[in-house]
Design a protein around this ligand. Sequence first.
Ligand code: RB5
Length: 146
Amino acid sequence: MAEKIPIGADHAGFALKERLKAELEALGFEPVDVGTHSTESVDYPDYAKAVASQVGEGAVTRGVLTCGTGLGMSYAANRFAGVRAAVAWTPEIAELARRHNDANVLILPARFVKEEQGVEILRRWLESPFEGGRHERRVAKIEVDE
Ligand code: RB5
């Protein structure tokens, strides 16, 4: 069964989301599009929450978000326990976000990456493993004791 990967964007990330969705399908994943579905202005937290809540609950293992800078999406997504949402603007950053930080949500700054760069970033993030070891301890310390 294909892995479900929720993907969301605001109006600034809409076009890139469509391209990334097609790439996920081509790679054999099942993208679950939580919107938005046009370039009409919307509020990014609504889409960050739709993706990050699924990752935080463990319903899926990873998700993808995009907005203009990636920042608003990251603020909203990282409020969910267990979510490690990384803004990546190069494939190298996406790889390190996996290897060192076990990033389970990838966020792309749509206004600062070209679509094909976005695809490369997505592919690198999908294929890069978490290294564990010393990074395991550090990642565990991220979780806040309530
Ligand atoms: C929308 O104009 C823009 O503010 C949004 O996409 C994002 O960059 C927010 O962080």
